[in-house]
Design a protein around this ligand. Structure first.
Ligand code: URA
Ligand code: SF4
Length: 198
């Protein structure tokens, strides 16, 4: 299962019944963005809007994420890839269970292998605990880069948390500025693109 290309991987993922979340989904939310991206963003799992539309981070949190990305020259249309730990929506937006994460993580692993990103940004606790360290503390460790197998990993606040606690937005934005700095240091072909008129 190691040599699927992007189209085959996506087609297979869209058929997956590997865990109980398959039963309640409208769409499998595979991921979106540029397949030559050097920066991979990972959330925890689809919410209601994502389940309905089949794309990650398209609700209110997603709009906030896109705004913060745009401010540092990043977007799903130009230079990043966005995926989730689990590809199907957990009921009532609960955290994905360890079993569900385990069942689904292979898809993300293959996405990671195809991309081979220089930097992985974990959006929120679930992704950071799964990908960086099981005891990751977002409030204390957000914005720090950890090297794992030649890849730089960083955790930041989840956009949904920023909607709930707007006072944390400056902290999150500082993480995005640090990310831009790091991209300048380690990425080779990431072109930052700033929307005009802002
Ligand atoms: N929250 C996530 O973690 N991922 C999404 O795709 C949407 C909301
Ligand atoms: Fe398959 Fe992942 Fe969806 Fe579970 S959450 S059915 S493992 S794609």
């Amino acid at each position: 299962m190691e040599h699927r290309d992007w189209d085959t991987l996506k087609r297979d993922c869209l058929q997956c019944t590997g865990c109980g979340l398959a039963a309640g989904r409208t769409h499998v939310v595979f991921g979106v963005g540029q397949t030559d991206a050097e920066v991979l963003f990972v959330g925890e799992g689809p919410g209601e809007n994502e389940d309905l539309q089949g794309e990650p981070f398209v609700g209110r949190g997603g709009q906030l994420l896109d705004k913060m990305l745009a401010a540092v020259g990043l977007s799903r249309e130009h230079n990043i890839y966005i995926a989730n730990i689990v590809k199907c929506r957990p009921p009532k937006n609960r955290d994905p269970l360890p079993d569900e994460q385990e069942a689904c993580i292979g898809w993300l692993r293959e996405q990671f292998a195809l991309l081979s990103p220089k930097i992985v940004v974990c959006l929120g606790r679930v992704a950071a605990c799964r990908l960086i360290s099981p005891d990751f503390k977002v409030t204390r460790q957000h914005g720090q880069f950890f090297e794992k197998g030649g890849v730089l990993m960083m955790g930041t606040l989840h956009p949904a948390a920023l909607l709930r606690y707007p006072s944390q937005k400056p902290d999150a934005f500082a993480d995005f500025l640090a990310l831009r700095e790091k991209i300048g240091e380690v990425c080779t072909h990431t072109q930052l693109v700033y929307p005009d008129g802002e």
